[in-house]
Every structure is written in structure tokens, then in C-alpha cells.
Design a binder for this molecule. Sequence first.
Ligand code: AMP
Ligand code: MG
Length: 364
Amino acid sequence: MIFHGFCLHANATRTRVRAGVVLAGFLLASAGCGSKPRLARCQWFTMGTIAAVQAQPMEEAQRARDLIQPVFLHINTLFSTWQEQTELSSINGAAGSGKPAELSPELQTVLGSALALARESDGAFNPLVGSLLAVWGFANEGAVPAPPSQEALLAAQRLADWRIIQFNPEATPPTLYLPRAGMKLDLGAIAKGYAVDVAYDKLTAAGFTNILIDLGGNLRAMGEAAPGRGGWRTGIRNPFVEGDCAAQFLLTHGEAVATSGNYERFVDIGGVRYAHIIDARTGQPVTGMAGVTVIAPSAMLADALSTTLFILGPEKGRDLLTHYPGCEAIWIPDTPEELTLLCTPALAKRLTKISRKPLNIKLL
Ligand code: AMP
Ligand code: MG
């Protein structure tokens, strides 16, 4: 079997990162099938991570890449918080200034979904987590020598109050205002999924029927990898063993999948590893979970939900999922001595075990 889709997490160059396959569409069809046409993969660096398309033949993959490269570039000019000239950076820069910003349709869509999920998850998903990312050393400011003081944490939490964001989607044009100086929107948990959906729609409009899009481990499938396959065979990485795939399943037409993990992006403070997903309600990076994978009808939802369910854990996460039809999830607790997959029942039925290591699959 061949793994495709090496994934470096967003902003990889700024933080200590272990590269590895997070989640890969991998296809038996591509592994030396004699006269069968080979699946081609085109990949490039964008939005701080690796983007890839798989299709056959090669010209088709290249045509798709040429169409969606500018899409990802454009979305990055809106959503990146690592560059000063982006729409999001200028909104953050205007926090507390008294001047609401006019919103692009793209930002309006993503922010609307982000705030809806913040409400639905009771603040587990928090688009204003930027101030907390900064005090923990995940933002442009770089690594910090020690965990933040209680005072710094409280100040950052006060700036993460998403309920007071002034978002006015009905206005013409729609506007947004962050009322406290220092508030920082961060849409890193949802923007890549959104970008994949925009790319998916563009490829559909251009007549593509069988293609897999991957942006840093956010995948969306169209059609099938080869005639008769019924979809795209996709692997879930064993977070504890580089190169080992815990299980696999078939991603079918229109479905998306995303993984949030603690092994991709983290900071090391005094020998303790802190993951980049922060529960703003406590101010603390989430511990105890190694990875969460979500299948959803759109890549934006898969992306946003994987981060949210990572924070909520399996019990509360399963309750939240009842509000999202067509969404399924797997939690992998951070127990390297025992690889366990906690699965929603419909997804458990779709899994094939392939790990070389002992594996427990438990239903939720
Ligand atoms: P993902 O890899 O999709 O799970 O996204 C992780 C990214 O989401 C982090 O690098 C932060 O930019 C952002 N993030 C961290 N904590 C939260 C949170 N509680 N709510 C929303 N976004 C978050
Ligand atoms: Mg996410």
C-alpha cells in the first residue's frame, strides 16, 4: 500500500513540528496495477501546509491544480494571521478602535459558521482564541519560556469573549467589530476546510467527476479513485507510530474528512509538550487526546468539528454530533501503550483494521 499526502501543519515553520501522514487518501489502485491507469498526485505548498490533488490521468490532476492554486492563494490573503496585510489581520488590528470593518463574503461565511459552532458547543470552539494562542507561544510572537502566569491567562481569556463580537451580517455591506483592543480572531480551525469546499465547487463547475482534494489533511472526495472502487480509500494515522495506519475506510462522493491531533503542532515549555488546541474556557491547552477524525458532508464542517470534538472529548462530543446529521467521529485517547479508537457506531461499521499494532475499536 502506498501512503499519499504527507502533511505539515499550518505555520509549520514557526513551531516545532513533526512531519507525518495525518490522514491520507491511499489507493490500492496506484500500487503497481499493470495496465490500469495510474492515479496521479500533484502537490504544492500553500497556506502554510501541503495541498494535493489526486486524479487520473496526470493531465487531469495538473488541470485541477492549476484551477485551485489561485483559490487557496486568495483565501490565504483573507484569512492568514501570519501576514499583516490580510483582511483578518486588519480586523484584529482595528480591535477596540471604534471602527467596524466591512467584511468580504468569504469571511462572512466562515465567521458565521464559526460563531454558530461556538454557540452550539457552548464556547468549546472559539474563533477569538488568538489572544490565548499568543500567551502560550503559538502566534507570531514565538516560543515562550514558561507557561503564562494566572494574570496573563485571565487577561487573554477576557479577550477571548466571542459573545461580544459585533457581527452584523444583515448590514450592507456586512460588518464586524471586535470591541476590546487586543482581541484576536483566529480561524485556523476552520479556514482550510472552507478553502477545500471552494476548490471542490470550482472543480465541479469545471466538469471534474473523480478527484480527491487534500489541504493539510482536510480531504474532500469527488466520485471514485478508479471505476468500481465506490470512493477513495482513506487511512487514519496511528498517532503513536510514524508511518503506521490504524484503520481505513472508504470516503464516498461529496464526503469530507479532517483530523485534529496533538502530534503535529505543539510548543515545548520546560520539557512539557503543549498542543496548539486551547480550551478558552479554562485557558489551558487540551490534554488527554491524541487525535480526532471527523467525517462530514462538507470540509468546513469536518475541519471545525474535529477541533471542537478534540476539546469536548467523546462523551460531550457525541452529544454535540446529534445536531450534525451525516457527521461521524473517531477519538484516539493519548495512551501510547494502548491504541484505542472510540467510534460513533455508523463509522465503526465502515472501518477496516489494518494497524500492525494491537488495536481496540470501541463503540460510543
Ligand atoms: P485544527 O488543526 O483544525 O484542529 O486547528 C487547530 C488550530 O485551531 C490551532 O492552530 C488554532 O489556530 C485554532 N484553535 C485552537 N484552539 C481553538 C479553539 N478552542 N477554537 C477554535 N480554534 C482553535
Ligand atoms: Mg479543524
